[in-house]
Write a protein that binds this ligand. Structure first.
Ligand SMILES: C[S@@+](CC[C@H](N)C(=O)[O-])C[C@H]1O[C@@H](n2cnc3c(N)ncnc32)[C@H](O)[C@@H]1O
Length: 332
């Protein structure tokens, strides 16, 4: 089947990811100050709201990455033209930007397969349907995987030995702290072969006021995105958060080099979480961190690549050097 999709998140995998989710919430709400990891927000609805974010004029990471792909699609095509390859996308979401590349690869008659992987089953199903409606006349075959990044990668590895191009876009790597990002790219390298490529989208450090506008949009989409986490906790863990009594704000924190979004409890309140069998108290205006988006310098990116066993092939910047898609080659 040229346009196919598989859900690897069934049975034991779902039970284990539900357990991981509950554990992350318990740990996060027990911290002082409270802090939940960014990945909790991405259920199907969370992915849909994130797509709205990528369409905001203020949200420069998506705007810049669209520009980078439009400007440099031929450079990427030339790099891949010599042999058949497989484009694997980690956390593909709606694949909006990637479709610029896929279309160009097809127009240039490159021989390739595309494997988008995302934890959100809804996002993967939609993406495969969109690709089928746009590209069914092409030779590209698409296999969407609803899976965790590394479960998806392990599954594919068992099936082929084509050269791989792994895409990790949208500044998703920024949701990890620097040490976790290093572990992530090292683990990724272990699953790849010598000569495989990795292309990672990094948001670069810039004026903190620009960062502030990007994460506090005037139409309130970011606030809706972060508060959606409370809906997820209510649904998945039987919590009783009342969303109307929380607000959101994001700001750049110079000591962590990251934009951090916080949800603030607008009054004293106690929340019961059934699945954890526990109550959690919130003071008036107590913050709870819900997002972390690390802002990189070019030097940090280069160090990350070199320390983790990659050779830097190219940096693709937008006009204003706000964002970079950095292409690395695996060295073994
Ligand atoms: C910041 S969004 C980026 C989406 C898209 N790549 C873009 O650039 O617009 C992160 C994506 O990664 C997915 N994701 C988060 N954690 C994941 C995991 N552990 N395994 C697979 N996908 C994950 C989310 O569902 C979401 O679609």
């Amino acid at each position: 089947m040229p346009f196919d999709y598989h859900n690897l998140r069934a049975g034991a995998a779902v039970a284990s990811s539900d357990e991981q989710f509950a554990q992350a919430v318990l740990e996060g709400l027990s911290k002082e100050p409270k802090r939940l990891p960014s990945w909790l927000i991405f259920d199907d609805r969370g992915s849909e709201i994130f797509t709205e974010i990528t369409q905001l004029g203020e949200y420069h990471p998506a705007r810049c990455e669209f520009e980078i792909f439009q400007t440099h699609k031929q450079v990427i095509t030339d790099m891949l033209a010599k042999q058949a390859f497989r484009a694997i996308e980690l956390g593909a979401g709606d694949g909006g930007k990637t479709q610029i590349l896929l279309e160009h690869f097809i127009q240039n008659q490159l021989a390739f397969d595309y494997v988008p992987i995302d934890i959100s089953e809804g996002a993967i199903k939609n993406l495969v349907a969109v690709l089928e409606s746009r590209f069914s006349q092409s030779t590209m075959s698409v296999t969407g995987l609803a899976a965790d990044y590394f479960d998806g990668l392990r599954e594919i590895r068992a099936h082929s030995n084509l050269r791989n191009l792994v895409l990790f876009l949208g500044s998703t790597i920024g949701n990890m702290e620097l040490s976790a990002a290093e572990q992530f790219v090292r683990k990724l390298r272990e699953l790849l072969n010598e000569g495989d490529y990795v292309m990672i989208g990094f948001d670069l450090m810039k004026h903190p006021k620009t960062l502030y506008s990007a994460y506090n949009d005037s139409s309130g989409v970011f606030e809706r995105f972060n508060l959606h986490l409370l809906d997820i906790l209510n649904r998945k863990l039987g919590a009783n958060f009342e969303k109307d009594h929380y607000v959101q704000q994001g700001h750049y924190n110079p000591s962590t080099h990251a934009v951090e979004s916080h949800i603030y409890s607008t009054r004293e309140q106690v929340v019961f979480i059934d699945a954890l069998g526990r109550e959690f108290s919130f003071g008036a205006w107590e913050p709870m961190q819900t997002e972390h988006s690390y802002k990189y310098t070019q030097t940090e990116i280069e160090l990350l690549a070199e320390k983790s066993g990659y050779r830097i092939v190219k940096h693709l910047f937008d006009t204003h050097h706000n964002f970079v898609d950095s292409i690395w080659e695996v060295i073994k």
